[in-house]
Design a protein around this ligand. Structure first.
Ligand SMILES: Cc1ncc(C[n+]2csc(CCOP(=O)(O)OP(=O)(O)O)c2C)c(N)n1
Ligand SMILES: [Mg+2]
Length: 361
């Protein structure tokens, strides 16, 4: 039945079983992962501004709790796919800072051999399927990953992330239709940071008062809307969808409210033109997921301020070492320019040799 999956007006998310089961070490690891993402992003920004990185660079700063909270719930048969703001998800699934940093520098030692850049991180061995630049383009692929799980009879799910700006794409709606019709274990997570490039959500998307995810009702799917600043809330909300996918093979849409501290990409010089300085400041001060989780763990006496400083400086050192690695790494060879681009070329198929897939006659 299409429904909003929870009524949480009086919920204490820390008491949710999925959060109660966390050890202190696991809580600290969640903090460490969020801090590592932030330091990675800050370091890549510095090098972009120092002209060592070109092309696009979409920073995840401010949104760390979404990837970290949701991916922390996954097991061996679960998969992840996202759009171009993909560094946070990559580090959370366990990709190394070196391969990620080298990729953004366009170096041959990067995870996509320097040919993908910031928007195209991949790690199939970690069930991480990218990194996609066409808005909404990953949403049918997410349904396909879920289809494969069902086809193979595996109990798993696919977390497919998209921005608030992607919900009006036709491909997304086609994906929702098939996901529901075919009972696919896919979870669409709308990272609602309020803006698509310079356009506010209010100016781009028609939706009922309850929010963007309510569109699920048109496809007979369950949905929920979550405040993203708290890891406890993200984990508790997404876990319900993971259980639904694993046990009932049913899809869900989860909208998570979040905020990007920086512009759409580093080249977005107008980040303060379509948002007020006060708004940005308010989110930084009152809705920073790292600060929120840090204060939660200090209040729970899991960490001290000193512990936090150590985690932060270790993550900073790791990011600097990754940047050194990237700087010292070679660019891809010109002779390899066509490698790893088309499966058909790599595998020397007729289509690869002739450049023709159809219309052979
Ligand atoms: C099909 C398509 N249309 C337009 C673009 C240009 N574009 C790149 S990002 C973007 C905004 C998307 O915003 P949102 O989905 O909210 O994601 P966010 O950047 O906030 O993470 C647009 C319009 C594109 N990449 N693909
Ligand atoms: Mg957005």
């Amino acid at each position: 039945m299409a429904s909003k999956s929870s009524n949480k007006s009086s919920t204490n998310y820390a008491d949710d079983p999925i959060n109660k089961s966390l050890s202190n070490e696991e809580k600290i690891e969640l903090l460490r992962t969020m801090v590592r993402i932030r330091r990675f992003e800050q370091t890549s920004l510095k090098h972009y501004q120092g002209d060592k990185i070109g092309g696009f660079l979409h920073l995840y700063i401010g949104q760390e709790s979404v990837a970290v909270g949701s991916i922390s719930l996954l097991g061996d048969n679960d998969h992840v796919i996202t759009a171009y703001r993909d560094h946070g998800h990559a580090l959370t699934v366990g990709m190394g800072m070196n391969e990620c940093m080298a990729e953004v520098f366009g170096k041959a030692t990067g995870c996509s051999k320097g040919k993908g850049g910031s928007m195209h991180y991949f790690a199939p061995d970690k069930n991480y399927w990218g990194g996609h630049g066409i808005v909404g383009g990953q949403t049918p692929l997410g349904a396909g990953l879920a289809f494969a799980l069902k086809y193979k009879g595996l109990e798993g799910c696919c977390l497919c992330y998209l921005g608030d700006g992607a919900i009006n794409q036709g491909a997304f709606h086609e994906s929702l239709n098939l996901a529901s019709l075919w009972d696919l274990p896919v979870i669409y997570i709308i990272e609602n940071n309020g803006y698509s490039m310079g356009t506010s959500q209010a100016r781009s998307s028609a939706h009922p008062e309850e929010g963007l995810a309510a569109r699920a009702e048109g496809y007979n799917m369950a949905w929920d809307k979550i405040e993203g600043v708290s890891l406890y809330e993200v984990r508790a909300g997404v876990q319900k969808a993971v259980e639904r996918a694993h046990k009932e093979s049913r899809p869900s849409i989860i909208e998570i409210l979040t905020y990007r501290h920086h512009g759409h990409s580093v080249a977005d010089a107008n980040a303060e033109k379509y948002r007020t300085k006060e708004e940005i400041q308010r989110y930084k001060e009152e809705h920073d997921p790292i600060e929120f989780w840090k204060q939660t763990l200090i209040a729970e006496k899991v960490i001290t301020e000193e512990d936090y400083k150590k985690i932060n400086s270790e993550a900073g050192a790791e990011a600097n070492e990754a940047a050194d690695f990237a700087l010292k790494s070679p660019f891809p060879e010109e002779s390899e320019i066509f490698d790893d681009i088309y499966w058909e070329v790599d595998n020397n198929t007729e289509a690869g040799r002739t450049g023709r897939h159809f219309f052979h006659k």
